[in-house]
Design a protein around this ligand. Structure first.
Ligand code: MG
Ligand code: ZN
Length: 222
């Protein structure tokens, strides 16, 4: 009984995600689902992109949080359109929530939509939100063993951001172990070392977002 119910929930989510994907494709908007543990710096990466991209691509943001509008306020302070989804304690976003949030965004004014998922390395992975690409964010303070412990997340992403790279001299982070694990799980995946504090790597992050937006644009034309 229980298994059947779970399968039905996932099927409904997948159908709603396809609807989100179709709406975004029709509008030529690329969509990125950002996943990480709490505190790894997803919001800081979004702020850094907004501050450094010079309006290209045009970025909109959906902020998923169990509570508070703190992250949405930070994004709004950068001048970007942002919609807050409060999950009321829920530990991941689902496609129905994203679908509703789309109604509060002017998709014609966007090239790319960044979805900041709820900080959690486990269940967000299972829920398609209608995104084109997935990003895993890990900060060096979390430890080099996170990909080994949460392989599902790292197998299914298009980019791994190693954040807070400026703190590497102060923590015991085994870079070789980290990179080897990521490459074993997801051969060929791009790994970017970024520090939102110093700005190192932010150019590469913005370049990746531009390339992602360009792919969606091509999809619309073709
Ligand atoms: Mg955040
Ligand atoms: Zn969850």
């Amino acid at each position: 009984m229980e298994i059947k119910l779970v399968q039905k929930v996932m099927k409904v989510n997948d159908e709603l995600a396809q609807g989100v994907r179709a709406r975004l494709r029709a509008a030529g908007v690329a969509c990125v689902n950002m996943m990480s543990a709490p505190g790894s710096g997803k919001t800081s990466l979004i702020e850094a992109a907004l501050r450094h991209c010079g309006g290209s691509p045009r970025i909109g943001v959906i902020e998923g949080d169990p509570d508070t509008t703190l992250d949405a306020e930070r994004v709004a302070a950068c001048g970007a359109p942002v919609v807050q989804i409060n999950t009321d304690g829920g530990c991941h976003l689902e496609a129905n929530l994203v679908g509703r949030a789309l109604g509060d965004l002017d998709l014609d004014a966007l090239d790319i939509l960044l979805i900041e998922n709820v900080g959690n390395l486990v269940c967000p992975v299972a829920f398609d939100l209608g995104e084109d690409r997935r990003v895993a964010v890990v900060s060096v303070t979390e430890g080099h063993d996170k990909p080994a412990k949460y392989p599902k997340l790292f197998r299914g992403v298009d980019l791994v951001v190693l954040n807070k790279a400026d703190l590497l001299p102060y923590v015991d982070f085994d870079m070789v172990f980290f990179r080897d694990t990521v490459r074993r799980l997801n051969p060929g995946v791009l790994i970017l070392d970024v520090s939102c504090r110093t700005g190192d790597g932010v150019d590469a992050w913005v370049a990746w977002l531009r390339e992602t937006a360009a792919v969606a644009d091509k999809g619309k034309a073709g």
